[in-house]
Design a protein around this ligand. Structure first.
Ligand SMILES: *[C@@H]1O[C@H](CO)[C@@H](O)[C@H](O)[C@H]1NC(C)=O
Ligand SMILES: *[C@@H]1O[C@H](CO)[C@@H](O)[C@H](O)[C@H]1NC(C)=O
Length: 273
């Protein structure tokens, strides 16, 4: 009787736990590379997987193989890193990461979005130029053309890079030797030093050297709001002037009336005496 009860209790607990595990879906983590996902050979890069969930263990996957990630002990959120101090061509490729709660290794989160790590320096550098020259003002569109040397390569992809950005600004396939990147609605934050690379569209994902840098400065356009303010101020000034003239006219009239009264009053008082 007692054993039956215990069995029932255990069954309840176990089912409850399994239900809990299933009901509580773990959100997919994010995977980023620092300083960038496009790095020169022999430099260092850190892949960082993060999730708001705490007390979890991470795994990093690249083309089927699993790499252990080192948990950052000081982070308040769940976060783990893989540090590659000496990047090689074999490190290039698509990575994803995932995690599971400690003590519950059978319930995994979904994989992160794939991160393509590119290692540059394996082909001759392309050139990068802007279609339009001169100053760029806010709101304008800029087209940058990346052109690679005429060498036989399979299908390639082109990536537009911006110094200081952790990921390419844009990525485009190209059958030919060049591709156009259009940057719409430029803002001051788009100012910077741009470069481009091309890379193999599939494994081993070898990438070229980066093109020389192209500096783009986005100037603030004269904002229409300022014009509106100026117009508004002119209208206000004109109104104030009109009011002052009218007030002045009233004052003058009042003063004249008073003077006329003052000059007439002795004559008016005479008959009364
Ligand atoms: C351009 O960017 C500005 C500020 O970033 C935004 O307010 C505006 O709506 C954008 N215009 C278009 C056409 O996307
Ligand atoms: C581009 O790089 C140069 C040299 O590092 C720097 O002086 C300049 O400020 C950069 N330009 C922009 C727009 O960030």
């Amino acid at each position: 009787m007692l054993s039956k009860l215990l069995l029932l209790l255990c069954f309840r607990l176990c089912v409850g736990q399994a239900d809990g595990g299933r009901a509580e879906a773990l959100p997919k983590p994010s995977l980023r590379a620092w300083p960038s996902s496009v790095v020169p050979a022999r430099s260092s890069v850190t892949l960082r997987c993060g999730t708001p969930t705490r007390d979890v263990s991470f795994a990093l996957r690249k083309a089927g193989s699993v790499w252990e990630m080192v948990q950052s002990p000081d982070s308040t959120e769940g976060q783990a890193e893989l540090h590659l101090p000496d990047v090689k061509s074999s490190h290039a490729g698509e990575y994803t990461c995932e995690y599971h709660r400690k003590g519950n290794p059978h319930v995994s989160s979904g994989p992160s979005d794939a991160l393509l790590l590119l290692v540059t320096g394996y082909f001759r550098k392309p050139s990068l130029q802007a279609h339009r020259s001169g100053a760029v003002t806010e709101g304008q569109e800029v087209t940058l053309q990346c052109q690679r040397p005429a060498t036989e390569l399979g299908p390639v992809m082109f990536a537009l890079l911006k110094a200081g950005s952790a990921a390419p600004v844009q990525v485009r396939p190209s059958a030919g030797r060049e591709t156009d990147f259009s940057l719409r609605n430029m803002s001051a934050g788009d100012s910077g030093n741009y470069s481009c690379v091309y890379y193999q569209a599939k494994a081993p994902f070898l990438a070229s050297q980066a093109s020389p840098r192209l500096e783009i400065r986005v100037a603030a356009s004269p904002p229409s709001i300022t014009l509106d303010y100026t117009t508004g101020n002119h209208i206000r000034l004109a109104l104030a002037a009109v009011i002052m003239v009218i007030a002045g006219a009233f004052l003058l009239e009042a003063w004249c009336t008073q003077r006329m009264k003052d000059s007439r009053s002795p004559e008016l008082e005479k008959p009364m005496e």
